[in-house]
Design a protein around this ligand. Sequence first.
Ligand code: FAD
Ligand code: DHB
Length: 392
Amino acid sequence: MRTQVGIIGAGPAGLLLSHLLHLEGIESIVIESRSREYCETRIRAGLLEQNSVDLLNDAGLGARMNELALPHDGVQFTFDNTYHRINLTELTGRRVTIYAQHEIVKDMIGARLQAGGQIYFAAEAKEIGALDSAKPLIKFVHQGAEKTIECDYVCDGFHGISRDTMPASVVRGYDRVYPFGWLGMLIACKPPSHELIYSHHPEGFTLFSMRSPEITRAYLQVPPDDDIKNWSKDRMWSQMRKRLGKHEGLELQEGEILQAAITPMRSYVSEPMRYERLFLAGDSAHIVPPTGAKGMNLAMADVCVLARALIAFYKNNQTHYFDSYSEICLGRVWRAEHFSWWLTTMLHPFYDASPFDLRRQIAELHAVFGSKAGQTLVAENYAGLPIVNWRP
Ligand code: FAD
Ligand code: DHB
């Protein structure tokens, strides 16, 4: 098998890259270890920055999103028995939008397959080879048979095999594990507000998001090694109620908890994001804790930088964008790493916090959310930093 760009992983990163390249007449093959159904139903992120929404529209992927998505002009916070709303539109001129990651993935897979794009599902990439030659290889297993794709460039959208491929002397990883996780729930009930609510409470953080006006997506801070078996439905409801607190206009209605699972939280950056003809994009290069919803948006921002580099090469024979890929992405990545770390550490009480630590944290929340300058800093990062134009 032979293609121009070999892509590992049919997540938002790999699929968007394949789609943008196709729009410019560049061929790619996507290798995905899971089934199509699994990719199209896996519950993950939900919040899109304005630039991500604009990008999906610009790329012709916005039809279902424009029908189903929920745009928000603001975001709400509660702590220390107080309520604060940040008006994103007023402070930044931008909004955020709720549209589930698996719906985006569905839209992207649909668009690629309709255009005759090649995606191999249930195909696990095993090895990336010959990276220092002009024809790198991806070895994968599909339907029990070993196969090889020869390509000009490789994009790895999944952490794992490319990290093993890059020499240890070249790569450096930066890691932070948090001493808590999130218990994520999908609930058949109206969300307590039409906007997202992030709540700090001495017993733990909670977030109320949504997937539709009838479906709530909520998260509770839990110890990192907690077991879902420790969480009866009653305990989930009583903690959600307690941590949200009582605030005028915020009403938590009960409904069936359709799904619940615990996810660990970590920050991770792998530098550089390029080695020879291999490019890392999205989660393969960086992980953020979910507070602030940067993961999927960052993946799409990387892809814009990579698509521009590949298009400039195939259309104009320019290679300078390849050389700046890692540096350009990492500037934005580290800003998002900082913001996600900051929101996480500001909104989650640490289980070993002293009474001083807790009071200091609450003072920080008042300092940030009680000031226009503080709210603007949160709003600018939350609504999203600029992304590059993928057209060179
Ligand atoms: P992925 O979506 O992970 O795509 C990589 C793909 O590669 C996957 O489809 C995987 O199956 C495939 N793959 C793996 N190994 C191989 C292999 N060897 N060969 C071929 N294919 C392979 N972000 C938020 O902003 N908010 C959230 O609430 C949120 N919740 C999350 C919950 C969970 C459980 C997880 C895991 C992540 C969550 N994230 C969240 C992060 C967000 O979903 C990711 O940042 C986003 O998926 C990044 O997209 P990606 O394309 O880079 O990677
Ligand atoms: C969602 C998840 C987040 O981590 C976040 O900060 C906002 C929204 C969500 O799943 O809807």
